[in-house]
Design a protein around this ligand. Sequence first.
Ligand code: NG1
Ligand code: ZN
Length: 547
Amino acid sequence: MSINLRTVYAFAREMYPKTSKETIQYGTAGFRGKAEFLDSVMFRMGVLATLRSRYRGGSVIGVMITASHNPEPDNGVKLVDPKGEMLEASWEAIATDLVNVSDQELEQQVAKIIKDNNIDVTTSSQVFVGMDNRYHSPRLLKAVADGVIALKGNVKEYGIVTTPMLHYFVVAANTKEAYGKPTEEGYYEKLIKAFELLRNGRLENGNYRNSIIYDGANGVGARKMLQFIKRMKGSLNVTVINQGIGVGKINEDCGADYVKVQQRPPKSMPEVEPFTRCVSVDGDADRVVYFFSDDKGEFHLLDGDRIATLVAGYLMELVTQSEINLRLGLVQTAYANGASTDYIVDKLKFPVSCVPTGVKHLHHKALEYDIGVYFEANGHGTIVFSDNAKATIAQAAETKESAKTLLLLIDLINETVGDAISDMLLVETILNHKGWDVQDWISSYNDLPNRQLKVKVQDRNVIETTNAERECVKPEGLQTEINKVVANYKRGRSFVRPSGTEDVVRVYAEAATKEDTDDLAYEVGLLVQKLAGGVGPELTKPNSAHL
Ligand code: NG1
Ligand code: ZN
């Protein structure tokens, strides 16, 4: 096969010219921005995925087109490496360079990547592409596919799928189906089979009721849940709201990000009995949070930290009962609620580590354990099992029921990446086994009130952080000022960091009371405005009492 790099240039100039001069960066989860500027980025990512596939000996590389929890006009792209991980860090820089060169420099830049990485362009390559249900996604998917074709690569289009489904397809194909069949049907089959075996015909147990309200964020997670329901034979009664079919924009006033950040139910929430279990996923269904309202109408959130502690506690019980010796660990970020960390360290005696925001960091750290549980507070997370763990559990399962349960859980969990639907089925399984309702679950510890704010600044990269983003080293003096403010609040904690997906600085605060938390977040937000070049309107003070 001979490759003519002129084709790349010709395609780019004719069909996908670069229209934006602004430099963009491969961020927390790939490239994101307004959809109208992304055609050239997508084309080039198709090119890069093909090169990456050849670089990795022809293994399948995934390309997912989505802007996750962002508003509808945004879109984005993330690359998936052969084992289902996010693109290797050193290639993020290659990706950033590739999307930022001019059309004229493109051919030369592609040649440079080939040379620097010693890529044999005559070998075969395979790229899997999936997209969310934004109206501009099909156009962008075509751009990715053309990028692959420009380098004579093979492309397989999966159409509308969740981000975790695409990760699953990539791993399934690269493991020659040992992980499952790389098809949509294969994915449903694997999860539903494990879920139903874990139910073992016992649909209700103790306080656990077998029904749930599911907020699909008007995204792809809604459609896929409807597919699950068709195939589940009543093992769980799911009512899907915010289906995004005909009405409702993706993530608008609904979905996991809205519920978590606003700390309230989706706007379209129907009237339900107090304590009804409700779940929200985000636009591409890789995040999940639970929530309910009590008999006084008060809203309660069960976020990623709650899911992590529930899962970690349960896994620990099963490992202990199975009398096997495995190293368990939980990975969190600075956004984890302080009360959850205390609970897991003091009560469950579970080792915890803290890493920077972004699943790639969490996933990487979790791989250091035999059973690594990782969750971001926003509900993005999963559990990874080492080969040693899998072998040990399989052996114990010959004699121990608890180990059999563990084996089935491994099948239910999408190890490749956080998966809202798989995580939800996991939580449902644990609650069912324990006979718990939401009240039992939430009573394990009390969350500290917390608040997030976004501050607009001239250039968010003036903020530099260290210590897993909990301390800020630049601009000079900002951290000292934050420390002074935090010292005035009981159980106060606050940190600031530049977002990797939006043009803002994020402020996080927690403290003993809601009022204190709001005040602390506001004071720190003002400091950021003052010391990090704030722009835009004056910050308004959040007020939980009025939410
Ligand atoms: P940024 O914008 O870098 O904070 C957000 C989330 C991340 C992660 C990514 C990818 C928060 C505070 N941040 O990143 O956890 O999920 O989006 O979607 O929730
Ligand atoms: Zn997402």
